[in-house]
Design a protein around this ligand. Structure first.
Ligand SMILES: [Zn+2]
Length: 100
């Protein structure tokens, strides 16, 4: 009776489900934030697009609990933080390779 478990072959569905920021995850976060910036409370609109901050800094952790909806202005400071992490990692990796 293996077919009883059909549709979940890897058993890894939950983890990969949050690896990408999908539309349904965006919707969940936006509705939870009442479609306003969670920093300055400006209402999102076609001219104020929502951006999503990863609270724990992991871009692969897209669980709604790890995301904050921010307006482009508030996201600027956050985006710096998020980008720096990635760039620093890359630089360290490059220097490490050159010093060898
Ligand atoms: Zn804002």
């Amino acid at each position: 009776m293996l077919s009883f478990f059909g549709g979940n072959p890897s058993g890894n569905v939950d983890k990969s489900k949050y690896e990408h920021l999908t539309m349904s995850i965006r919707q969940t976060v936006l509705e939870r934030a009442h479609r306003r910036c969670q920093e300055c409370s400006v209402k999102f609109s076609p001219s104020v697009h929502p951006n999503f901050e990863h609270i724990n800094g992991s871009l692969k952790d897209n669980r709604p609990i790890n995301l904050r909806a921010l307006c482009p202005e508030c996201f600027k400071s956050v985006a710096k933080k998020e980008n720096r992490k990635g760039i620093l990692g890359n630089i360290r990796y490059t220097i490490g390779g050159m010093l060898k």
